[in-house]
Write a protein that binds this ligand. Structure first.
Ligand code: PEP
Ligand code: MN
Length: 259
């Protein structure tokens, strides 16, 4: 492999406030696919806090396949997410789609997410490489292990080693599930990079019923955490309702992961 800075022999923990990625305990990131309204994200954050959650997620700039789908609330969504964070004390993650929005994201979030569709966007990787903020780097949906490692290496090369990797499934010949979750990537990426690796079984499968078994499997193969989509009313979610857990399902999952 041609990764020079990231090295499996140097194990890296990433700290986000009191949360440690790559520490003793698996980290649980949960929240809705999109921030839908002020009330929606604040109420959800409060409910997740009662059950237990380490990081709250919520997309404000959404990379949607169709231009006719909900595109996210933009800066307004980031404001609501930050307010939810201040009320509950839970750190937050949201996706960056354009380098010109970096300052905006940094103002509102604790972790910057680079989504699957932008894993190959090298100017974006360089731009987040120049920050100190932790970056959640999702695997490109058609990225090889080597391409994913080198995408992380880009961020490290430009100075930022606070990188958390996220396996979120890849495109294969099978389309029963939204993607094919590649759990072998977890021990491989840990060995090759020394970075914390988490798994997103929501985008990885696209099917609500599969989130529990694949979350447990992720932890079993050594993942440092999971990221799951949760919505108070999944059937009426503005995005990805079919792969979102409801509150009771999340509670069940959380109690099985953190025992
Ligand atoms: C997300 O996590 O909000 C998302 C869009 O996922 P992905 O980039 O993995 O498709
Ligand atoms: Mn989603």
């Amino acid at each position: 492999m041609s990764n020079i800075i990231l090295n499996g022999k140097i194990i890296k923990k990433v700290k986000v406030k009191d949360v440690v990625f790559g520490g003793e305990k698996p980290v649980v990131i949960a929240g809705s696919c999109s921030v839908e309204s002020r009330e929606q994200i604040i109420e959800l954050a409060k409910k997740l806090k009662v059950i237990g959650v380490d990081v709250l997620r919520g997309g404000a700039f959404k990379p949607r396949t169709s231009p006719y789908s909900f595109q996210g609330l933009g800066e307004e969504g980031l404001k609501y997410l930050k307010e939810a964070s201040e009320i509950t004390g839970i750190p937050v993650v949201s996706e960056l789609m354009e380098a010109s929005d970096i300052e905006l994201l940094c103002k509102y979030v604790d972790i910057i997410q680079i989504g699957s569709r932008n894993m190959h966007n090298y100017s974006l990787l360089k731009a987040v490489g120049e920050l100190n903020k932790p970056v959640l780097l999702k695997r490109g949906m058609s990225a090889t292990i080597k391409e994913w490692i080198l995408a992380a290496e880009y961020i490290a090369y430009y100075g930022n080693k606070n990188i958390i990797l996220c396996e979120r499934g890849i495109r294969t010949f099978d389309n029963y599930t939204r993607n094919t979750l590649d759990l072998a990537a977890v021990p491989i990426m840990k060995k090759e990079t020394g970075l914390p690796v988490i798994v997103d079984p929501s985008h990885g499968t696209g099917i609500r019923e599969l989130i529990m078994p694949l979350s447990l499997a992720s932890i079993a193969v050594g993942a440092d955490g999971i990221m799951v989509e949760v919505h108070e009313d999944p059937d009426n979610a503005l995005s990805d309702g079919e792969q979102s857990l409801n509150i009771d399902q999340y509670k069940d999952l959380f109690n099985k992961i953190i025992y």
